[in-house]
Design a protein around this ligand. Structure first.
Ligand code: GLN
Length: 501
């Protein structure tokens, strides 16, 4: 492959460090690609050409001066618009934050800047990261590069589509119930949800604080692992941050690339399979073919049981909206962004209410109502309290399973990318997209989604879940799978049509 945009981030990084390409050339290539195809795909809410090129020039100057640079210095990146970036608009795809320019950086934005990766821009998403299709963005619909009549997944559809359409070599997503992995699966990209607490939440616009986890989006395991190590690690500004060494994911991705899984035990959850009437046969077929490959590499498949799996979806849909209703109380027209009805004729409370009425979209309102109800006096024990108890049961199930196996595998999603509008009338149908990804968030562990093939011409993902702080195992298995393939699935995506075609 000859084009700059076809190279992996690791290749680009080596080219920049060793002087074969400059960061300005690389960054310009991706900015030009955005100009050429994002009018069609609509992955970006904001593009920062000047800012990205300024960082690129700095890196090039340092390299020319013989200064040492580190992994991914000069390699551009796209960031989901739920991550706060100083001086760059950050909206979480909500009207209520339209026009807000943050005065500070999230910890992961700081780390990306410290690594000196040029920030190409901010990517589209479901409003406040609530959704599975990016259709709930208040601003635009992002199209799936594989079939522009279909959704790119959600909530991080923008980051996934940007990487799939080669508008960015890598990107940042956030995963509360699947929003990195599910978009990864349906766009043929690699997505990783790190162990909860191993990546700082400081400066993420909060959705569900006990579940939210930022992580990498890439085309393969190695690129994701390198980015993972750049953004991970203890942060005293996040009270749930884990003060322990980052799991060696880069080493694991490199080791996995040797294609040897001898002695590795992979669990298949009995109840996932039993509850798989929601899954499409084409997805199951692609998943089973991937499992066969893993067995050929020496992995042993072991059936494990997680009886509480059946309750994962309802548990999540009590906990996440409850925490969201509390987190979103801060958007009242006083502190940030939108303010409606401030005309001297309305009381302060009316202004707050009118602002929230005008500023929040339908799914966000649905979650606030659900969460407020589940937390209300007289109901909190029956709903939120019960959900917390069941969450513990789910955690115990997975802990037991990980006593028997090194990692657990499943399809990432029950179905391929669906058509626009298909699941908008029935929220439950939308929620089902995360059937297999939600348990990981509830037990707090790591999981990656690696592309494994096509069903009806659309990408399918394999999910590899690890025990808490066992992120390296998930990367190793995923990289081993990649080693069985002649080409990355992401490299076989169709070329997007330029705008207006
Ligand atoms: N689709 C799930 C939801 O709507 C997960 C979202 C996410 O991970 N941010 O809540």
């Amino acid at each position: 492959m000859s084009r700059i945009i076809d190279k992996t981030a690791a290749e680009l990084s080596a080219d920049i460090r060793e002087g074969r390409l400059t960061s300005v050339e690389v960054t310009t290539a991706f900015l030009d690609r955005i100009d050429a195809v994002d009018g069609t795909i609509k992955a970006f809410l904001h593009v920062d050409r000047e800012g990205a090129l300024a960082t690129a020039r700095e890196v090039d100057a340092d390299i020319a001066a013989g200064k040492e640079t580190f992994a991914f210095a000069g390699v551009p990146i796209a960031i989901k618009d739920v991550v706060v970036t100083k001086g760059l608009p950050t909206t979480a795809a909500s009207k209520i934050l339209e026009g807000w320019i943050p005065p500070y950086d999230a910890t992961i934005s700081e780390r990306i800047k410290a690594a000196r990766m040029p920030i190409l821009g901010k990517t589209n998403m479901d409003e406040f990261a609530m959704g599975s299709s990016t259709e709930y963005s208040a601003f635009q619909k992002t199209l799936n590069p594989w079939d522009t009549g279909r959704i790119p997944g959600g909530s991080g559809g923008g980051s996934a589509a940007a990487v799939a359409a080669k508008m960015a070599p890598v990107a940042i997503g956030t995963d509360t119930g699947g929003s990195i992995r599910q978009p990864g699966a349906v766009t043929g990209t690699f997505g990783a949800k790190p162990t909860y607490g191993s990546n700082s939440r400081y400066g993420l616009i909060a959705f569900s604080s006990s579940l939210d986890t930022p992580g990498p989006v890439a085309r393969n395991a190695l690129d994701a692992a390198i980015l993972h190590e750049i953004i991970s690690g203890y942060d005293p500004r996040d009270s749930t941050s884990i003060d322990a060494p980052v799991p060696p994911v880069v080493r694991a991705a490199r080791a996995g690339a040797n294609g040897d899984l001898a002695g590795v035990k992979l669990g298949v959850v009995k109840e996932f399979a039993e509850g798989s009437d929601a899954a499409e046969p084409g997805v199951i077929a692609a998943y089973e073919a991937a499992v066969e490959q893993l067995v050929k590499l020496g992995a042993e498949i072991v059936e494990v049981s997680c009886p509480s799996f059946t309750y994962a979806l309802p548990t999540y849909y009590l906990i996440a909206p409850s925490e969201a209703s509390s987190n979103l109380a801060r958007y009242d027209g006083v502190r940030y962004g939108l303010r409606t009805g401030d005309d001297g004729e309305h009381s302060l409370e009316e202004v707050m209410s009118l602002t929230r009425e005008a500023g929040f979209g339908p799914e966000v309102k649905r979650r606030i109502i659900l969460g407020t109800y589940a937390l209300s006096a007289g109901y909190v024990d029956a709903f939120y309290g019960k959900a917390q108890l069941v969450r513990t049961l789910i955690k115990q199930d997975f802990e037991k399973a990980f006593e028997q196996v090194d990692a657990i595998i499943s399809p990432t999603t029950p179905f391929i990318a669906f058509e626009f509008g298909e699941r908008m009338d029935d929220p439950y149908q939308m929620y089902l997209a995360d059937l297999y990804t939600i348990p990981t968030n509830l037990y707090g562990g790591p999981a990656v989604s690696v592309p494994v093939g096509l069903s009806e011409g659309m990408p399918v993902g394999l999910q590899v879940m690890g025990p808490v702080m066992g992120d390296d195992v998930a990367y190793r298995v995923a990289a081993a799978y990649e080693s069985t393939q002649d080409a990355l699935l992401a490299d076989t995506a169709p070329e997007p049509e330029p705008e207006g075609k």
